[in-house]
Design a protein around this ligand. Structure first.
Ligand SMILES: *Cc1c(COP(=O)(O)O)cnc(C)c1O
Length: 317
């Protein structure tokens, strides 16, 4: 089946319109299915929103990477909020650190916000106000790896630098309805199915209610007298990635290994936290355990983890 066939055109159009409905994307935003992952957008954003500098709020690994990539193309200021910036960038959910913006940061003087929602995509209702670009890879909450959905305010399209590769140009994507070259057709089809699943669950509000399942885990952490330790301020704890250490603030490697082994016996894998190199408080607090409670993880799946955490705590208290 050609990506330019009538059959695929129908899949693409249906997926786009389902997506606009489920995510409540305002009419003045273009929806594009792009290549290159979330990481591709780290370059696409400065290339398309041409200006001398942009502000980046760096809250963890992913916004840090985005700032580093943007520096190849424009001047980047970290954690400054200036009225003449091209945009103010933030990562809505820091996947490695377990830090989530429960509401968007404030922008000033109409500086558009740019949000990376890769790891909390459609996990909660999204407020598009003040945003210029909102993007995310589909692999965590919306289907298979291989597509990045970029939502770009239409008045910001067409300002790309002349060196912008065509596959990263919002203008080319808009002019060709995401068919500048072959899109990830299978991934788009899978996302179509996931969008129908979200719709049938009761939409993103219902998904959000279920995602409060994370509190089940945070409550165990907070009532464990420090046996489990989450370094993140309660106001910014992620509903998607619950990061914690076992056996105190800096973690006890032996206990964490034992916990992971028991988890695997209970059919829970990939709970090992992502380690990053560094000596600051942030680097010490990650590693350990990371429970990724994406949309597909049910309440009863979460209960399996909660039960194991309670058992493990009981053993050591
Ligand atoms: C996973 C993730 C990305 C991913 O990027 P890819 O290039 O698709 O691997 C970007 N940002 C965040 C916040 C992520 O969690």
């Amino acid at each position: 089946m050609s990506h330019r066939s009538k059959e695929f055109a129908e899949v693409l159009e249906e997926t786009k319109s389902l997506f606009r409905d489920v995510m409540s994307v305002p009419d003045n935003f273009e929806i594009m299915f792009m290549h290159g992952g979330g990481t591709g957008q780290f370059a696409a954003i400065p290339l398309n929103l041409k200006h001398t500098f942009a502000d980046y709020i760096v809250t963890g690994a992913w916004s840090g990477k985005a700032a580093q990539e943007a520096e190849k193309f424009i001047h980047v200021k970290r954690a400054s909020i200036k009225s003449d910036a091209a945009y103010l960038y933030y990562c809505a959910n820091e996947t490695v650190h377990g830090i989530e913006f429960h509401e968007p940061p404030h922008s000033i003087h109409g500086v558009p916000l740019v949000a990376d929602i890769s790891s909390n995509f459609l996990s909660r209702p999204f407020d598009f106000r003040h945003h210029g670009v909102v993007f995310g890879g589909t692999q965590k909450n919306l289907g298979a790896a291989g597509i990045t959905i970029a939502m770009v305010r239409k008045d910001l399209i067409g300002k790309q630098l002349p060196i912008t590769p065509a596959v990263f140009s919002y203008k080319e994507m808009q002019d060709n309805n995401s068919l500048y070259n072959t899109p990830a057709v299978y991934g788009i089809y899978i996302t179509n199915l996931v969008l129908k699943w979200i719709r049938d669950q009761g939409g993103v509000e219902a998904i959000y209610e279920t995602n409060l399942k994370a509190n089940m885990i945070y409550n165990i952490i907070d009532s464990s007298n420090g046996f489990y330790h989450c370094a993140i301020d309660k106001r910014y704890r992620s509903n998607m990635n619950v990061c914690f250490r076992i056996g105190g603030e800096s973690g006890d490697d032996a206990k964490e290994a034992e916990f992971l082994k028991g988890a695997a016996e209970r059919h829970m894998i990939s709970l090992k936290g992502h380690r990053i190199n560094g000596t600051d408080v942030f680097s010490r607090s990650v590693g350990g355990i990371r429970a990724s409670l994406y949309n597909a993880v049910t309440l009863s799946d979460t209960e399996v983890l909660a039960t194991w955490m309670n058992e493990f705590l009981a053993k050591y208290s």
